[in-house]
Write a protein that binds this ligand. Structure first.
Ligand code: SF4
Ligand code: SF4
Length: 387
């Protein structure tokens, strides 16, 4: 099989943040210190070498960038200060752009202007829709003597918009995941003739890593605290998604629930987790003490920024609604929805969502590869030698 060299690859990936390639002398120290590098998936030296040589196909076929949890051990100990951890991060951004057929990810990662414009345009969508709704209905659905949020923004209509939006976002994630799978599975030396039941049974690998991100813990004890904080944050994020996508009719309400009601404490839990997570990300990126926070792309700042605005406007909206202040409630609701729509649209497919899906997917694909090789070995052992 021929291997094509792409002379522009280094320059292309440099636009996503891999600036220190020339410093790397391929000594292999980074691979030796990486606790996650094992068996057939060794990195980051090999991955960096592919990049240096312009082996684009090889890189696309490698699940390794997604197996790195950016603990920073390799960058801390690199004798040439070549920042291998950041190179792996840049490769994840680049790979995400390769999987995204719309081309948006590449534009957002490489042009701040385009990213801000996209955020602005997406944030305007709920504002324009609500303004149109009230203009068409002659502003009769804005109750101003007390709060009626579900008259201002009828929950079933909002929920329908949320579902349509999530179908669209789900399509983008599925499309990117399929492209990644095609690249990675296509690289297998074994034909992919696994029984369908293996694809299904190995889904447990995907789910395990999706919900626990447990390999992060394997980076060493010093990363356990950050892993725990991350789990707290992710649990809040997933609860908020569940409340908005699955239970909006219950969550967006004009009823006043007692403090012990799950509608309230689930919302409080998710809000605290999101606030804690976003502030901790901000503090880490400002201090730059850990490797993971030393190089921050604009998208790395935007994610905690959106979450912070979302959590803060959510708290204010809640306070204004319980205080029965109609206009502050409605205005805060609009700002809250604008921030969340912009965040989801920009983040899904390029930012944290892509990482949340592609990392466990890489583990799943690696596992399928292993199963395929095991089956091929077993078949070889069972075949009697000729003559
Ligand atoms: S990135 Fe650093 S540690 Fe890794 S191979 Fe290159 S020079 Fe060696
Ligand atoms: S950042 Fe950590 S997990 Fe990633 S390659 Fe370096 S040592 Fe391995």
């Amino acid at each position: 099989m021929s291997t094509r060299v792409d002379p522009d690859l280094r320059r292309e990936v440099a636009r996503f943040g891999a600036d220190d390639l020339d410093k790397c002398i391929n000594c292999g120290n980074c691979t030796a210190v990486c606790s996650l590098s094992e068996g057939n998936t060794v990195f980051p030296r090999k991955t960096i070498r592919y990049l240096q040589l312009g082996l684009k196909e090889k890189l696309l076929q490698s699940p390794e960038p997604w197996l790195c949890y950016y603990c920073g051990e390799c960058s801390d100990t690199c004798p040439r200060d070549a920042n291998p951890g950041e190179t792996m991060m840049a490769l994840r951004r680049w790979a995400t752009a390769q999987y995204d057929r719309s081309g948006h990810a590449a534009k957002f990662y490489t042009s701040a202007k385009r990213l801000w414009m996209a955020i602005f345009l997406r944030a305007m969508i709920p504002l324009v829709l609500l303004a149109l709704f009230h203009a068409i209905t002659g502003f009769k659905w804005i109750v101003t003597d007390h709060v009626e949020l579900n008259t201002f923004a009828p929950v079933m209509w909002v929920w329908l918009a949320v579902v349509i939006h999530f179908i669209f976002l789900g399509y983008r994630v599925m499309s990117g995941s399929l492209t990644m799978s095609r690249h990675v599975l296509g690289a297998s030396s074994q034909p992919f003739n696994l029984p369908f039941v293996v694809y299904l049974s190995e889904l447990k690998t995907f789910l395990l890593h999706f919900f626990t991100q447990k390999r992060w813990r394997e980076c060493g004890e010093q990363h356990h605290r950050r892993w725990l904080e991350h789990m707290f944050f992710v649990s809040g994020y997933l609860i908020m998604l569940l409340l908005v996508v699955g239970l909006l009719g219950w969550f967006q309400t004009d009823k006043i629930y007692p403090i012990y009601h799950p509608q309230r404490w689930l919302g409080y839990y998710a809000t605290v987790a999101l606030l804690y997570g976003s502030i901790s990300m901000f503090v880490g990126r400002i201090r730059k003490r850990d490797q993971i926070h030393k190089f921050s792309d604009l998208t790395d700042w935007l994610f905690p920024g959106f979450l912070f605005v979302g959590a803060l406007t959510g708290i204010l909206l809640h306070i204004f609604r319980y205080a029965d202040w109609p206009w502050p409630t409605y205005v805060m609701y609009v700002i809250h929805v604008m921030a969340m729509v912009a965040m989801l649209d920009v983040e899904v497919g390029i930012g944290k969502w892509a990482h949340m899906i592609y990392r466990p997917l890489a583990m799943y694909l690696v596992r399928l590869r292993e199963r395929s090789e095991e089956l091929a070995l077993a078949a070889g052992a069972a075949t009697p030698a000729a003559n």
